[in-house]
Unconditional design. Structure first.
Length: 394
């Protein structure tokens, strides 16, 4: 079995599982309790906060632990909206290919009278900083642009966008769920005010993540109750999950260079191989791209059938986002980069893991080629393309 859907979720690392189980057995206390086992849990929690902050160049007090990336995105956007409302600023700049945790929160804010400008992500899947600058108005309270796209893996010019926001005195949030643990991120150097992350995307457990909020910005809490997380997120902390997240993140950071070399070589091998399939195209920029992401469109086929047949061959991949599978709508990301519906339907995302071998890459290339050819054999769309009734796009 080749697991090639790491953008959907990753397998927990052994070290993270060790931390998780050890913490469950030994440090079960409530960090808010004053006796020893509670205080030991508190120490574990605060050590995890230091570790997480250290990896992204933040201060420990700037980290709020959450239930994952979605909650962090919600909290960041609602924080900016609350501050904006107070100052009479109700305009937000974002992009059309953000994760739904951002897009659906923007929809909710629109109902509350906010205006949203979505900047173009262009054919290569990369936002242009000068277009963000143009979109910023007097009443803009937030710019939110993801660090790396979860479907096509394109890496955004975050540092440049952040610098523009600093200069214009507008808050800048980035959904860095796909970036953290995979490429270098530093909140200071990258001019970031708020950043979202999720442990399960870097070999940590599910249901845990964090939001970085720069000192001086008053975070809005989504969950009210106790005074946990400096009063910014009520509820007893998921100490084992948080500790395991810190372990996974430190491990990812320490292996970042090594993994980047390995993954990008495998990625480039896959891209070169899949390009040889006729009427196919890579989605998103070839170079400014996460080390482990490959995303292709194949004309004349349905992505869903491709996935099922690849699964039969022992390859687990996705057509885009796990969050939209099950719906028949093509990916909003592929539409945003200008793929037409027919073509967007025939997509394949391979998000490979660090253990992948050259042999496995070659097996994937061969299998995809076979399955695409097989599916085209009885595709009415393909027949129309070949007979000239329809024009090839790719
Ligand atoms: C996975 C993902 C999320 C959601 O994270 P959860 O931990 O599932 O809430 C948000 N944004 C991006 C870009 C993602 O890839």
């Amino acid at each position: 079995m080749i697991y090639a859907d790491n953008a959907a979720t990753t397998k927990m690392s052994d070290a993270a599982i060790d931390t998780l189980t050890r913490c469950m057995k030994e440090t079960f206390g409530n960090p808010s309790s004053l006796y020893s086992i509670g205080q030991t849990a508190k120490e574990v929690l605060e050590k995890a906060r230091e570790d997480v902050a250290g990896v992204i160049g933040a201060q420990p007090r700037e980290i709020i632990f959450t239930s994952g990336g979605s909650e962090a995105d919600n909290q960041a956007l609602l924080t900016a909206a609350a501050l904006g409302k107070k100052n009479g600023k109700k305009h937000i700049v974002s992009s059309a290919f953000e994760h739904h945790a951002v897009l659906h929160t923007l929809e909710r804010l629109k109902k509350e009278g906010f205006e949203v400008t979505l900047v173009d992500v262009h054919e290569n899947g990369i936002v242009r900083p000068e277009e963000v600058e143009k979109a910023i108005r007097e009443d803009t309270c937030l710019v939110t642009i993801m660090y790396a796209n979860n479907e096509i893996g394109t890496i955004q010019p975050i540092r440049e966008i952040g610098a523009i926001c600093r200069q214009k005195k507008v808050l800048f949030h980035t959904d860095a769920v796909q970036a953290i643990g995979h490429i270098p991120v530093n909140v200071e150097e990258d001019n970031i005010d708020m950043l979202s992350s999720s442990a399960r995307k870097f070999h940590g457990p599910k249901g845990v993540g964090f939001l970085y909020v720069k000192k001086g910005i008053k975070a809005e809490n989504l969950i009210t109750g106790g005074a946990q997380e400096r009063g910014k997120r009520a509820g007893t902390e998921n100490v084992p999950g948080i500790a395991a997240m810190a372990t996974a993140l430190k491990e990812a950071a320490s292996k970042l260079d090594e993994n980047t070399v390995k993954l990008s070589a495998a990625r480039d091998r896959l891209i070169a191989g899949l390009k040889t399939i006729p009427h196919s195209a890579l989605n998103g920029d070839e170079h400014s791209r996460l080390p482990g992401n490959v995303n292709f469109c194949f004309e004349g086929i349905e992505g869903e059938s491709l996935l099922l047949l690849l699964d039969d061959k022992g390859i687990e991949a996705s057509s885009g986002s796990a969050c939209t599978s099950g719906s028949l709508d093509p990916s909003h990301v592929l539409l945003a980069i200008g793929r037409v519906h027919d073509v967007a339907h025939g997509s394949l995302r391979l998000s490979i893991g660090e253990t992948i071998t050259d042999e496995e890459c070659d097996y994937i290339i061969k299998s995809v080629g076979e399955v695409v050819e097989y599916l085209r054999g009885f595709s009415p769309v393909w027949r129309d393309l070949v007979s000239g009734k329809k024009q090839f796009i790719l």
